[in-house]
Design a protein around this ligand. Structure first.
Ligand code: MG
Length: 248
């Protein structure tokens, strides 16, 4: 069931979204060659807790950390570790927070030092695909209009969209209905209504869209080991343009 949030609920989600956005900023400021992903996890967790919120991922389905930290060919769900970032890496950070029973969720891919032109273009296209998708999140459109816009944009730039993981509704739970795929034909699925809140999150690969899960049962990597990027915002559908809840 897809829920439409009340003004009061949306205010709680704005609070959660703001904390998520600020936590991303804290992590971004710390990303540099030599830092470990465990250190980044500690920075995010300390910030979220200091704000009176709760890390949304920690313990969810057994995930052991506050952030997902996915490097280079890792797509999503990388587990923070003692691995040090190296110049030329790209790192996808996904994090969520809950406050007053409501959630925010956002992801972004960051360069470590100086990265290749291909990595720059992948990150730029993935972030832009997110905004192209958000533009379709307006009352009266259908859900797959978001999906189609993202896929079209990504493929027109020569990249591919991951099929096995998708965006989602969000609110009083991190993962709510509906699923929000980053691919598909337009004009399908539920009609979008004011008060619906979605986490839209294209995962974009340089090569094949096929992915594998590593033996740790969490880390998802590209099958061809080429680079992957991930951008996500939590948004609310309004009577006007979509409201991005996880932006500063
Ligand atoms: Mg998400």
């Amino acid at each position: 069931m897809i829920t439409c949030k009340s003004d009061k609920e949306l205010n709680y989600m704005r609070d959660a979204g703001k904390i998520v956005a600020q936590a991303h900023k804290e992590v971004e400021n710390a990303v540099e060659p030599g830092v470990t992903t465990k250190e980044l996890d500690r920075i995010a967790e300390d910030f979220i807790v200091k704000k009176g919120a709760r890390p949304a991922f920690k313990g969810l389905y057994g995930f052991p950390a506050t952030i997902c930290a996915s490097i280079n060919e890792e797509v999503v769900h990388g587990i923070p570790s003692l691995r040090k970032l190296e110049n030329g890496d790209i790192i996808s950070i996904d994090l969520g927070a809950e406050i007053n029973g409501y959630y925010g969720d956002a992801a972004r891919t960051l360069p470590v030092g100086s990265v290749t032109a291909e990595a720059e273009e992948l990150m730029r296209a993935t972030e832009q695909a997110l905004y192209v998708g958000i533009d379709q999140a307006v009352e009266g459109n259908r859900l797959s209009d978001i999906s189609h816009a993202i896929q079209s944009y990504v493929e027109s730039h020569g990249f591919s969209v991951v099929r096995d993981f998708v965006g989602h509704g969000i609110g009083s739970r991190l993962h709510e209905d509906p699923q929000v795929p980053n691919f598909g034909r337009p004009g399908r699925g539920p009609r979008l209504r004011q008060g619906m809140t979605l986490a839209i999150e294209p995962m974009v690969n340089v090569g094949t869209y096929e992915v594998l899960t590593l033996p740790n049962n969490w880390t998802v990597v590209t099958r061809d080991k080429k680079l992957s990027a991930h951008f996500e915002h939590t948004i609310a559908i309004t009577d006007d343009v979509p409201e991005i809840l996880t932006r500063l």
